[in-house]
Design a protein around this ligand. Sequence first.
Ligand code: 4AD
Ligand code: MG
Length: 461
Amino acid sequence: MKIKELFSGQATQIEGEVTVRGWIRNHRKQKNMGFIELYDGSCFKSLQLVYTAEQDADGKLKGLRNGACIEVTGIVQPGFQKELIELNVKDVLLLGDCTEDYPLQPKRHSIEFLRENAYLRPRTRLFQAVFRVRSVAAQAIHTYFTERGFLYVNTPLITANDAEGAGNTFTVTTLDIADVKSGDKKTFEEICKDDFFGRHASLAVTGQLEAEVFAMAFGDVYTFGPTFRAEHSNTKTHAAEFWMIEPEMAFADLDDNMAVAEGMLKYVIRYVLENAPSEMNFFNQFVDKGLLDRLNHVLNSEFGHVTYTEAVKLLEEHNDEFDYKVFWGCDLQTEHERYLTEQVYKRPVFVTDYPKEIKAFYMKLNPDGKTVAAVDCLVPGIGEIIGGSQREDDYEKLLARMNELGLKPEDYGFYLDLRKYGSVRHSGFGLGFERCVMYLTGMGNIRDVVPFPRTVNNCEL
Ligand code: 4AD
Ligand code: MG
């Protein structure tokens, strides 16, 4: 049986012997008795195994070490505390022993130590909680969009466009780099012609442009997949490989876009609270004391709304508190974003209508000619969690903007053509999945919500 089944329902009414398999997290030995904390990963709780010295005449149980994998048979009995159950051990089989130098000892390890032992940390209670919530949150997102009729589309991970135009892509190549460097003076295009795809290709920074293709065929679609950014920012919220959820909706304007984003975030919060209650209580107790209050408050309040121009006015009054001074036209830094959501609004807030200069080429130009129909959603503790926009659906305006920015129209042929063949108003956004998991759990570093994090100078495992 899985330990989860033992805990569900009237476990103490289970009659006869049961057999479970799992790993030993802690083994406490007393003179006449022994207690083994056994986990099998099926649920957050572990099962307490109990034996007496008499039952263990040959010392087989006493010799079991932390980390070992065992199969154990016994009788279920009520535990010491009333909601607990125990297993009175009748027999044990050592499936896989664990050596004495096992790094995970039954004590509190620092999060840095666990990060260095990334292959072992999923076995700890903290990371069992993190990765369960991550899994439940992913289900929540699929359910939210599926219930609303969205098509789930898988956009390519290898692409020939830098959709965000930020230039921080990873090149995909089969060329010998040493060769290219020492080789003759070919142009970049000429070098790429000899490459695998016959042109320059990179890992996707977003699936948006392809999602737009599908939105013009299916109406409402979403992607949920990995994205890659070679940003040299060593922060708590940036990873080189992260997952993004990108809905794209035909006929939607910026307000529709924000309504979906707010609905989705609230849905995910509610879903995780309902489906991972033990884990969420654990975070509230040991990671972030105000977590549950904060999430419940979010469920019961409307997100704030402010334009970039208004936000800049608010922030300028506090310029003496910031490392980077705010002025109209500047890109908002994390410190500004957090000030807005934590100090001013004390809840998630949508900032809209940013200057076109600091946003991507595809965003819809507002009638003022200076700002675009962009939206960022900022949340306490993190800053930006969502970035989105209404898209420029007018062929001429999009072409003009691309030319202004020096983007080559021939590199975006299909994207421009979408504006010729039945173009219509549409919008979408991208939710950073890791930042979402940080928000849900109160974990303070993106490295601790990704199973195998990739950041600058770090690509372990
Ligand atoms: O704001 P971004 O760059 O938006 C886009 O990529 C759009 N194409 C989305 C769309 O409209 N379909 O990224 C979206 C979100 C950010 O708000 C952030 O949460 C996350 O992706 N993100 C990162 N998360 C972790 N590490 C990084 N390096 C990230 N860069 C962005
Ligand atoms: Mg952004």
